[in-house]
Design a protein around this ligand. Structure first.
Ligand code: GAR
Length: 213
């Protein structure tokens, strides 16, 4: 498979969000229109009220809203989003707090070009409440994962992971704060690694991502 790499001097991101967009903000602050040629070309949300849309508009980044209820099914929804992403010449699609499952209708149009941020050490605690699930389970550590998206729920090949300890005095909110701080570093890092061609797959085991840094 061919991974997206910045060969044209510009590397265009399509970012999908559902809520606050603090991770979108970290990408804007660390990468957008910087020396690496990375540009946030489009921000898409399924929720018209998502605060992240305001963050994008503040920086004159084009936005689009695709509420699931406006489409007969998920496939039609994802075809419309893929059309919009293609229209904006997106090289890499980044799910940064996007809370819907992405179907093959979109994934097949962007093979190995969709990555996701997840707030746990996958394969532990996949799904929509990774932070709460680890906290309630009582694990001593949890963390952050950035991975390529496949057809499963949080099952694609892992690019980066970082451990976050769960401390005795933690609440879900204090843990969430430390996880977010790690996310804000890890996701921009993964995007840079991909755009600079430092990522490949182990030939014997294509689930293993190799990083040359
Ligand atoms: C992040 O913690 C991200 O890992 C999580 O949503 C949050 C979005 O925060 N994503 C998932 O749980 C996906 N399953 P943000 O809107 O402030 O960037």
């Amino acid at each position: 498979m061919e991974l997206p790499v910045n060969t044209k001097g510009v590397f265009r991101l399509g970012i999908l969000i559902s809520g606050s967009g603090s991770n979108l903000q970290s990408i804007i602050d660390k990468l957008h229109r910087g020396p690496s040629g990375i540009e946030v070309a489009l921000v898409i949300s399924d929720d018209p009220e998502a605060y992240g849309l305001r963050r994008a508009r503040r920086d004159d980044i084009p936005t689009a809203v695709f509420p699931l209820g406006d489409y007969p099914d998920r496939e039609e929804h994802d075809i419309a989003m893929a059309d919009e992403l293609e229209k904006h010449g997106v090289d890499l699609v980044v799910l940064a707090g996007y809370m819907l499952i992405v179907t093959p209708a979109l994934l097949d149009r962007f093979p190995y070009r969709v990555i996701n941020l997840h707030p746990s050490l996958l394969p532990a605690f996949p799904g929509a409440s990774g932070i709460e699930d680890a906290f309630v389970y009582g694990t001593g550590v949890t963390g952050v994962t950035v991975h390529f998206v496949d057809e499963g729920c949080d099952t694609g090949p892992i690019i980066l992971q970082e451990v976050v300890e769960i401390q005795y005095n933690d609440t879900v909110d204090s843990l969430r704060e430390r996880i977010h701080a790690v996310e804000h570093r890890l996701l921009p890092r993964a995007i840079e690694l991909i755009s600079t061609g430092k990522i490949s797959f182990d030939e014997k085991n294509p689930r293993r991502v190799i990083i040359r840094d």
